[in-house]
Write a protein that binds this ligand. Structure first.
Ligand SMILES: NC(=O)c1ccc[n+]([C@@H]2O[C@H](COP(=O)([O-])OP(=O)(O)OC[C@H]3O[C@@H](n4cnc5c(N)ncnc54)[C@H](OP(=O)(O)O)[C@@H]3O)[C@@H](O)[C@H]2O)c1
Length: 503
């Protein structure tokens, strides 16, 4: 494992929800687990005036609530790492004083000029802040293979939160803005789904065993389902959600990352470069539907009223004629040898029947049904692997066995590996290990520029004018607490398949 360098983690958006609820509690967990270098410190930046101590007082209850194993003594120790700087990070006049403060902290703490920026502000501020960081000369490591400046032996890196662009054009623009200030090797496009145990564990399951990979292709796999369903509504930020929708919020970002891990070719070695190269290739091989194919390749929906809350288009903050999807299912094909002809169905929705993030790998039926003349054998496709990512973390492998007793009857049974039971380890907040990876310079679980742009290109037909037909009659087209609109069942039904809708 690479060493964690000492550094200053500079969080832009210190007063915000993400910082308080996720980032700082995750850093506390990393501190308790001994994953932070002793000299590493955090500098929060936002416009509201407050002192270091005031910010610490604000953060303490969040850590007590969100982090595992809050302990007063450990908190006191961790609090010494936390500092605050008030300023408007999108304006140049913020930077002389910020530069001075960073210089003083580096001197006092011995962080050697290593800076890890984290953009935890509204997306519209990403480009202005990156430009100011660059113009203020805070990125000093040189512009080529920049992880380490040979003169100072320091590095500057940046973590960029989702949303990474609003569409293919804005994502490319943001990539260009980042590229003017940072080398690709220093840009960490974060997706907290990749910090989840079961997502990474998929790579180990596929590539550390010899029993799965030989059958992990279209010859043996009938299709794959990737679901991320929630029972909750869109929350308070309705206006924000109305600009986003399920495809942007979940499918283009998180679920395409899971898709890449399920479908990619084996890297030659587990290194950041090799894993990312395979993810780029698999995203690049997604077959983008033509305008005529879009409606038949997707199902879009908005939840109806449940009697307590109005239908989605009736909510305050949502345009009454909004066609933003609160549910989306899309069918993905790859133009490559492994998966040619094998569909991957991806769905995500709000106010669904169950909270569920999972991957279902459905295998084909045996090539010949030896038991076809025996009563009780249906010749169906019994074998499937379900990788449950949330709320439980477990693998389930289903196969047929003989039912004990006279005669020959078969039943499908599940063999299960439950992470909680097996390792007695509670899941930790995904942001912590990912930020520590960035401190180590390990980009394995971060997205490459080409991958992000490829994912946008693949979903654009489901978002722009080409999706107009699929958005017709979207208002209230699925009931709250259901598994989505009827069109989602038809999407698989037309192919002779059905969603796994097991509560
Ligand atoms: N919240 C989540 O769970 C979540 C999850 C995934 C992604 N994200 C993304 O993460 C980003 C942050 O989300 P959030 O929910 O934390 O937003 P938020 O609650 O609105 O916080 C953003 C903070 O940025 C600060 N800020 C605004 N303008 C600034 C400026 N010019 N310079 C410095 N600081 C400035 C504000 O504090 P001041 O008023 O004090 O400046 C504000 O509290 C967004 O892009 C969001 O889409 C959030």
């Amino acid at each position: 494992m690479l060493q964690t360098d000492p550094c200053i983690l500079v969080i832009f958006g210190a007063s915000g929800d993400l910082t308080s609820r996720k980032l700082i509690p995750a850093m506390y967990e990393m501190h308790v687990l001994g994953q932070l270098h002793a000299s590493t410190v955090i500098l929060g930046v936002s416009r509201t005036a407050k002192t270091d101590d005031q910010w610490r007082d604000e953060l303490k209850p969040w850590i007590a609530q969100q982090a595992k194993g809050f302990d007063e003594a450990k908190w006191s120790d961790f609090a010494k790492r936390i500092h605050y700087f008030a300023g408007d990070a999108a304006k140049p006049d913020c930077y002389p004083a910020l530069d001075t403060r960073l210089g003083e902290m580096a001197q006092q703490k011995g962080t050697k000029g290593n800076l890890l920026f984290f953009l935890s502000v509204a997306e519209s501020l990403y480009e202005p802040i990156v430009q100011q960081i660059d113009e203020a000369g805070l990125v000093t490591e040189g512009k080529r293979w920049c992880s380490i400046d040979p003169a100072t032996k320091s590095w500057q890196r940046i973590i960029v939160e989702k949303p990474f662009g609003h569409d293919a054009v804005s994502a490319a623009s943001l990539n260009r803005a980042l590229g003017r200030a940072f080398e690709e090797e220093s840009i960490y496009r974060i997706d907290h789904y990749l910090g989840k145990e079961l997502v990474q564990s998929m790579l180990v399951l596929r590539f550390a065993n010899s029993i799965f990979e030989p059958i992990w292709n279209g010859q043996y796999i009938d299709h794959v389902q990737i679901s991320a369903l929630e029972t909750v509504s869109v929350g308070q930020r309705t206006a924000f959600y109305d600009q986003t929708g399920a495809i942007r919020d979940m499918i283009q970002s998180h679920l395409f990352q899971i898709l890449a891990f399920v479908a990619m070719e084996p890297p030659t070695l587990y290194t950041p470069e090799n894993v990312r190269a395979e993810k780029i290739k698999i995203i690049d091989s997604i077959s983008v539907p033509t305008a005529d194919e879009v409606a038949a390749h997707c199902a879009l929906g908005q939840f109806a009223s449940d009697g307590k809350e109005g239908a989605y288009h009736e909510l305050a903050g949502v345009a009454p004629n909004s066609t933003t999807e609160t549910y989306a299912a899309i069918k993905v094909h790859f133009d490559n040898w492994r998966w040619g002809g094998t569909p991957f169905y991806i769905r995500s929705g709000k106010k669904a029947a169950a909270k569920r993030t999972e991957v279902v790998v459905q295998f084909k039926p045996p090539a010949a049904n030896l038991f076809r003349k025996v009563t009780g054998f249906g010749g169906e496709a019994p074998n499937r692997l379900v990788i449950e990512i949330a709320p439980r973390e477990r693998f389930n492998l289903r196969f047929e066995v003989k039912v004990p007793g006279f005669g020959l009857r078969a039943a499908a049974v599940d063999m299960q590996m439950d992470y909680g039971n097996e390792f007695k380890a509670e899941p930790i907040e995904a942001y912590g290990p990912l930020i520590v990876d960035a401190m180590r310079g390990d980009q394995t679980l971060f997205k490459h520029r080409i991958e992000v742009e490829g994912a946008w290109n693949a979903v654009m037909p489901f978002l722009d004018d080409r999706s107009a037909k699929a958005r017709a009659n979207i208002h209230g087209n699925y009931a709250c607490g259901s598994w989505g609109p009827a069109s989602a069942d038809e999407l698989l039904g037309r192919d002779g398949r059905a969603w796994r809708n097991e509560p």
